[in-house]
Structure formats: C-alpha cells, structure tokens
Design a protein around this ligand. Structure first.
Ligand SMILES: Nc1ncnc2c1ncn2[C@@H]1O[C@H](COP(=O)(O)OP(=O)(O)O)[C@@H](O)[C@H]1O
Ligand SMILES: CC(=O)N[C@@H](CCC(=O)OP(=O)(O)O)C(=O)O
Length: 267
C-alpha cells in the first residue's frame, strides 16, 4: 500500500507523468490512496473574499468563515479536479473528505488555531472497502469530531495518519521542491537520505522551516509506526517508467537502524 500526498504548491505545475504513474500502479493492482492539500488555493480564495490568511507553524488559523472557504475549495474544486485527472486515465477515483464516513475523526488541535483538528482515528474499514471495490480514494483534508463539527486538518498530518493506520509501506509527499535542502556555507545541498534525529536537529537549527515542518513531523511519526519509507519528491519532475514504480528522486526519510545499510527502493 502506498499513500500519496499531493501538496497544493504543486497542483498547478504537476507533471502529467504523475497521473500516468498512478494509472500504472492501479493497472498493476498496487493499492494506493491519494491525500491532497490545496493551501495556496484556499489562501487565494480567502484574499479574493477579503480575508488575510494567517499561519502558525505551517497551520492555518481557521475561524468559521475560513472553514467554509476551506470546505468549498478543498472538498470541491481541488478534490474534483484531481478525481477528473485520474478518471481521464481510466483510474476509478472516488473523491471524499475526512468528514465523509468519519474517515478522519479529530479533536481540536490548539485553541489558538480555531477549527483546526488533530486526527485521532482513521476509518480503516471504509478505506479497505473502497479499495476492495476497485476504487481509488482521493481524500480532502477535513476531519469531524464526535459532535459532528467539521475541522480543517493539515494535509501532511492527514496523509501521515492514513499511512500509519493503513500500514502503508511508503508515504510519498509530492511537493514543489526536490526534497529537503540544507544550507552548507554558500550552497544548498539536497539530502538524499535523512533520519528522524537529523531532521529534528535541522528544525532546531532553523534549516527546516514553514510548510516543510508538518511534512517532516508527520514523516517521523510514520516511521515510528512501521511505515518503512517516507519520500519527499518534486511533482514537477515525476516520471512514469516501465517496470518500476517511480515518482521521482527526492529525500528518503528512514529510521536510523535501516539507514545504516541503506537500500532505498524506487517508488
Ligand atoms: N529545508 C528545506 N528544504 C526544502 N524546502 C523547505 C525547507 N524548509 C522550508 N521549505 C519550504 O517548504 C516548502 C514546501 O512546503 P509547502 O509550501 O507547504 O508545500 P505543499 O503545498 O506541497 O504542502 C518549500 O517550497 C520550501 O519553501
Ligand atoms: C490546518 C491547515 O493548515 N490546513 C491546511 C489544509 C490544506 C493543506 O494542508 O494544503 P497543503 O498541503 O497544500 O499545504 C490549510 O488550510 O492550508
């Protein structure tokens, strides 16, 4: 099982080969789930409607009006465009949000963030039923609490929670950068492989910032919970290759003991 997280940063420039690779996975019978973001689209609509987006540590402060925009943009525009792209290639994609079938149950994350949820439960049974029916779930990052209140969920956290709960072998985070870059003197170096320990140090040193923080934090949780590999790749450089499952080169995050004798698989 593979969980693919598609960031909003890449949705407009994504290489069509990404969707071709999804078709290939589907044809080969490799189960996968798509979880998408769309933060920049939400911000664009907020500005058009006269609201200024505010973020704290990569998470959007979400009041009731903002939540309405989040729902319309993520469950509507973004989710349906992705479903259509996959559908064009014959992949039977089913667009849902984390509120449907209580796919993502949440509790409030932090009072200062407003209606932002933290995932406490993933409806594994429903995901399995969708996959067994031969469909590909495409999940918008909303969640629902016990009382029926809908919440905004960071898409990297949503994807990480789904990957953990589904026991995915790989979580692939598709973004607009080639992976994690580290400043060394006057040049930037791309990390090909990183461990949770290294990543924690880079956050402390201010080398990993903004939207990269929720990605690496979700990655670390996944690795603690038996997801074998987490990749951060650039969706502008996807390739569809015969005989290989491949979403592009990037940074591979692995648990330390595994990374010592690295044998990184191609995704
Ligand atoms: N060390 C780092 N290496 C690469 N990108 C980083 C790093 N620290 C912060 N970033 C930023 O994280 C961004 C990706 O996060 P974000 O914009 O939230 O993407 P997405 O919409 O795909 O979730 C990159 O475009 C980059 O500006
Ligand atoms: C709580 C929170 O921050 N939710 C995100 C959900 C979308 C998202 O995460 O999109 P990207 O993957 O494109 O960043 C937001 O409102 O922007």
């Amino acid at each position: 099982m593979i969980v693919l997280k598609l960031g909003g940063s890449i949705l407009e420039q994504i290489d069509p080969a990404f969707f071709d690779q999804c078709r290939k996975l589907w044809q080969e019978g490799i189960p996968f789930i798509v979880v998408h973001g769309g933060g920049p689209f939400v911000s664009g609509w907020m500005k058009q409607l006269g609201k200024e987006p505010v973020f704290v540590d990569g998470r959007r402060v979400t009041d009731e009006d903002t939540l309405e925009i989040v729902q319309m943009v993520l469950s509507g525009q973004v989710n349906k465009n992705l479903v259509a792209e996959l559908g064009k290639r014959g992949v039977p994609a089913l667009g849902i949000s984390g509120a449907d079938l209580k796919m993502l149950q949440v509790v409030p994350k932090d009072a200062g963030l407003g209606l932002v949820g933290e995932v406490t439960e993933v409806n594994k049974k429903a995901f399995l039923q969708i996959i067994e029916a031969g469909w590909v779930p495409v999940l918008a990052p909303l969640g629902i609490d016990q009382s029926g209140q809908i919440f905004n969920v960071n898409a990297d956290e949503a994807a990480g929670a789904v990957a953990q709960e589904m026991g995915a072998g790989q979580l692939v985070i598709v973004s607009d950068v080639d992976g994690i870059f580290i400043q060394e003197g006057d040049h930037k170096r791309l990390l090909t492989c990183a461990t949770p320990e290294m990543v924690e140090r880079y956050i402390e040193e201010g080398q990993i910032t903004g939207g990269m923080i929720p990605k690496v934090r979700s990655a670390m949780k996944c690795l603690e919970n038996d997801v074998r590999e987490v990749w951060i790749v650039n969706g502008e450089k996807a390739r569809c290759m015969d005989g290989e499952n491949y979403f592009g080169q990037g940074t591979c995050l692995l648990q330390e003991e595994v990374s010592k004798n690295v044998s990184v698989s191609h995704i």
